[in-house]
Design a protein around this ligand. Sequence first.
Ligand code: 5MM
Length: 333
Amino acid sequence: MNLQEIAAIMTGNGKGILAADESNGTCGKRFDSVGIEKTEENRRLYRQTLLTTPGLENYIGGVILYDETFFQKTDDGKPFPELLLEKGIMPGIKVDMGLKDLVNFPNEKHTSGLDGLRERLANYVKNGAKFAKWRAALTITDELPSHNAIHTSAHELAHYAALCQEAGIVPIVEPEVLINGDHTIERSEEVMIDVLTTVFKELKEFKVDLSGIVLKPSMVISGSECPNQASVAEVADKTVKVLKECVPADVPGIAFLSGGQTEVQATENLNEMNAKNSNLPWNLTFSYGRALQASALKKFAGNDIEGAQKALLHRAKMNSLACQGKYSSADEA
Ligand code: 5MM
C-alpha cells in the first residue's frame, strides 16, 4: 500500500480515526477518573474491548496505539495490529516521547523523540504499522505561544514526518492548540493561522510529500474558561476559513482532535463543517480520543464489556455521519 492509499483508508469513505494512544500516564488519569486500577493487564483488557468491537471497521479507518498496546495481544494470542489489519483498519503508532519544557521559554513545551526515531519506525513497520502520530502542544495566553515555541514544534513535526515517509508510512501531523484558558475564538483563530502556516512552511523545507500526510489539528474554538462561548456555527465557519487559508489542497485528510470537547459537541462541530461545505479539497474527519471513548470507558469500569463496545460503536457511527454532514441530534436516541 502506498502513502496515498493508506491515508484514503484512514480518512475517506465517511471513516475516521480512533485515538487510543494514551501513554501509561494519561491512561492512568483516565482510569483514575472511573476507578479502574492502573495495571498493564487492565490496559490490555480495555484496549481489547475497544479493538474487538463488532462493526468498528464500518466507521473507523485507523487506530492509533501506544507502544505498550502495539505489542500486546488478544486473549487468544493475536497481536493487536494484526487484529486491526484483518478488519481492514490501519494500525498506527504514537512515536513521540512526550512534551518537555522548552528551555528559556517558561510555560512552553516542545516534543521529544527524534533521537533513534528512524530505527524505532523500522521496527514498528516490521510489526505492521501503517501510520504514525506525533503531537505538539501549544498554549494560548495573551502573549503565548511564542514565535520560538511555534517554530520549534513545527520543525520537529516536519522532521518526524519526513522520517515516516522515508519508512513508508503516513505521518499524522498533530499541532494541538490547547483549549485551556479564557481566550476568545478570535484569539484562537489568530494563533491557529500562525501555527498552521509555520507547520506547512517547515513541511515544505523538509520536502515532505503533502499527499501522504494526515493533518490532526484542533478546531478554532473559544478557550474552555472563556465567558462567551462561540456557537457551533461560529466554530465551523472559523475553522473551515482557517483551514482553507492554510492547508494546501494536496493534503488528503484533516482529522480533528477533540481536545476536551464533550462527545456530542465534537460531533456537532464536525457535522456543521461538512454540512455547510460540500466541495472541500480534503476529507474532513475525526481522530478523537476522549470524544469517542468517554462513555465506553464508564461502561468498561462497570464491567459491562458489551455496553462499552455499544457505546464506542455509537459514537463512531455519530462521527461517521458528521463526516458526511448527515448527523442530527435525533440520531443520538
Ligand atoms: C490531544 O490528544 C489526542 C487526541 O485525543 P483527544 O481527542 O482526547 O483530544 C490524543 O491522541 C493524544 O495525543 C494521546 O491520547 C496521547 O496523549 P499523551 O498525553 O499520552 O501523550
